[in-house]
Write a protein that binds this ligand. Structure first.
Ligand SMILES: *Cc1c(COP(=O)(O)O)cnc(C)c1O
Length: 437
C-alpha cells in the first residue's frame, strides 16, 4: 500500500478501482484512463472551477485539447492547484487563445527544413526523426502545439522507411534523434524495429531518444523496454523534467532502470513563467536530477509558438538563473541556456558575461563571486598555419577515415585556409548596388 500517495489512492477510487489492486502501474491502463475533459478532471481531483471560467476553458480546449495521465494528475496539489507547477503544465489556460503578433505556428520552421517524411535536417551532422505523433500527456507549453491532437497516429512502416532511407543516403548523419510526439508511445516491438534499422546504418554513430515518459508516465519504463533499448547501444535518452516536484518515487524508479542499463540520461527544461522561473527552483531541480544520474542538458527559453505567451519570461530571467548556477554548484549540474532561433536558426547558447576586457597579452575576467582577475597570455605562441592537411600536422589526428574538413559560418571566418572575410546577408542593398554598377 504505502507506495501510493493519498492523492493517487483517491484518484484510483474515483476511477472505481483500488490503487493497490488495479493496474495503476500498467502504462496501457494509464493511457486508457487518460483525462481529456474538464468534468473528469474536476471529478477526479474533487475540485470545481468557477462557472465564469468554464466557458473560456471549453473554448481553449476546442483549439488545444487536454490529455493527462492519472499518474501525472495525482501530482497536482489540490490545496493550491492554481499555482501548482504540475497543474499549470497539464491544464488549459484561457490565455492560450491570445495570439501575439510575433507568435508563430511553426516557430522553428521544422516543416520547412523537412527533406523527407518525419525528418528535420537542420544541422550538418544530425537529424531529428519524428517517429510518433502521439504523447501520453499534452504539455500546455508544447512547441509543436499546432499539431497536438491533430493526427494522433503512429506513422506506418512504409512512412518511416522513407525517413530511414534518407538517413541511409546521407553519410554525413552521425547522430539520429528520435522525437515526436513521444517515441515511447510506440510499442516495444515497433520501436525495436526502428532502432534496429537505424543501428544497421554504418555511418550512424549515436541514436538518441527524446521522451517525457519518465516524467508523465514513468510506468512506461518497463524491464522489457529497457532490455530492448539496451541492445541498441550507444543510445542516449533525454527527458523533460521542469520542476523538482516531478521527481517522485515512480519517476526515480524509471530513471534508475535506464541508468542501470547503461543509457546516459540528459534533461531538457523549458523556462516557464509561473512554473519554474526562479533560481532556487531550478537549482533544486538540477540537484535532484544529478542525484538521480540525470545530467541537465538544456534550459530552453520558451519559444514563440502560438498560445505560449503567458509562459514566456524575459531572457534576463534565464541569465539570472545561469548566474545563480555557474560557479555556485557542480559544473555538471549546469545546463546550457539556449534560445531556439525563430525561423530555424537552431539553438543559440546564452551566458552571463565573464570577459571584462583584454589587451594583447592579458585577459581581464570576473568570476561568480564578482572577483575581478587577470589571465596572463603566453609570451610566445606560434600558431600553426592550418592548410587542412591533417596527415602532415604535428597534432597526429591521423584518422584513417578522416573526413574532408568543411567549415561554415563563423568557424569559416576564423580559418586560415578560407579567404572569406565577411558574411553578408542576401538582399544587402549595398552589395546589390555594387553588382549593378
Ligand atoms: C535540438 C535539435 C537537434 C539536436 O541538437 P543538439 O544541440 O545536438 O542536442 C537536432 N536537430 C534539430 C532540428 C533540433 O531542433
Amino acid at each position: 500500500m504505502g507506495i501510493y500517495s493519498p492523492n493517487q489512492q483517491d484518484i484510483a477510487r474515483r476511477i472505481n478501482v483500488d490503487c493497490a489492486q488495479s493496474n495503476w502501474q500498467d502504462w496501457k491502463w494509464q493511457l486508457k484512463h487518460s483525462v481529456t475533459s474538464i468534468d473528469t478532471f474536476e471529478d477526479l481531483l474533487n475540485i470545481r472551477f468557477p462557472a465564469t471560467e468554464r466557458k473560456k476553458l471549453e473554448m481553449t480546449l476546442r483549439k488545444f485539447p487536454l490529455s493527462v495521465t492519472p499518474y501525472y494528475l495525482s501530482l497536482i496539489d489540490t490545496e493550491d492547484y492554481d499555482n501548482c507547477p504540475v497543474f499549470r503544465q497539464a491544464f488549459p489556460a484561457p490565455a492560450e487563445l491570445e495570439i501575439g503578433k510575433c507568435d508563430l505556428a511553426d516557430p522553428l520552421a521544422e516543416d520547412q527544413d523537412s527533406p523527407a517524411p518525419g525528418i528535420t535536417h537542420r544541422y550538418p551532422d544530425r537529424v531529428l526523426f519524428h517517429v510518433s505523433n502521439v504523447c501520453s500527456m499534452y504539455c500546455r507549453h508544447c512547441t509543436r502545439k499546432r499539431k497536438v491532437g491533430d493526427q494522433d497516429s503512429i506513422p506506418g512502416r512504409a512512412e518511416l522507411e522513407k525517413g530511414i532511407a534518407y538517413i541511409r543516403n546521407h553519410p554525413e548523419v552521425r547522430d539520429v534523434l528520435l522525437s515526436g510526439g513521444d517515441p515511447l508511445m510506440l510499442n516495444d516491438e515497433y520501436l525495436d524495429w526502428i532502432l534496429g534499422e537505424i543501428r544497421a546504418i554504418d555511418h550512424v554513430e549515436v541514436i538518441r531518444i527524446g521522451s517525457r515518459m519518465p516524467v508523465v508516465l514513468p510506468y512506461r519504463i518497463t524491464d522489457d523496454l529497457v532490455a530492448m533499448l539496451k541492445k541498441h547501444q550507444p543510445l542516449w535518452l533525454n527527458t523533460h523534467f521542469n520542476h523538482p516536484r516531478e521527481i517522485t518515487t515512480s519517476s526515480k524508479t524509471a530513471i534508475r532502470k535506464l541508468a542501470d542499463a547503461g543509457i546516459p540520461l540528459g534533461n531538457q527544461t523549458v523556462l516557464l513563467a509561473g512554473v519554474n522561473d526562479c533560481p532556487r527552483v531550478i537549482k533544486a531541480l538540477v540537484h535532484k536530477l544529478v542525484a538521480n544520474r540525470v545530467r541537465p542538458y538544456y534550459l530552453y527559453q520558451c519559444d514563440l509558438a502560438e498560445g505560449l505567451s503567458h509562459f514566456r519570461t524575459p531572457v534576463g530571467k534565464g541569465i539570472e538563473i545561469m548566474e545563480s548556477l555557474i560557479g555556485h554548484t557542480s559544473g555538471f549540474s549546469v545546463p546550457t541556456y539556449v534560445i531556439d532561433a525563430p525561423g530555424g536558426g537552431g539553438k543559440i547558447p546564452l551566458n552571463p558575461n565573464y570577459l571584462i576586457s583584454l589587451s594583447t597579452n592579458k585577459v581581464v575576467l570576473r568570476n561568480y563571486e564578482g572577483v575581478i582577475t587577470t589571465y596572463q597570455e603566453p609570451d610566445s605562441y606560434e600558431a600553426d598555419f592550418c592548410n587542412r592537411n591533417c596527415n602532415e600536422c604535428r597534432l597526429h589526428l591521423k584518422l584513417d577515415d578522416a573526413e574532408e574538413y568543411r567549415a561554415t559560418g563563423i568557424e569559416m571566418l576564423l580559418s586560415d585556409w578560407n579567404q572569406t572575410i565577411s558574411l553578408t546577408p542576401r538582399n544587402n542593398e549595398r552589395m546589390e548596388r555594387r553588382n549593378h554598377e
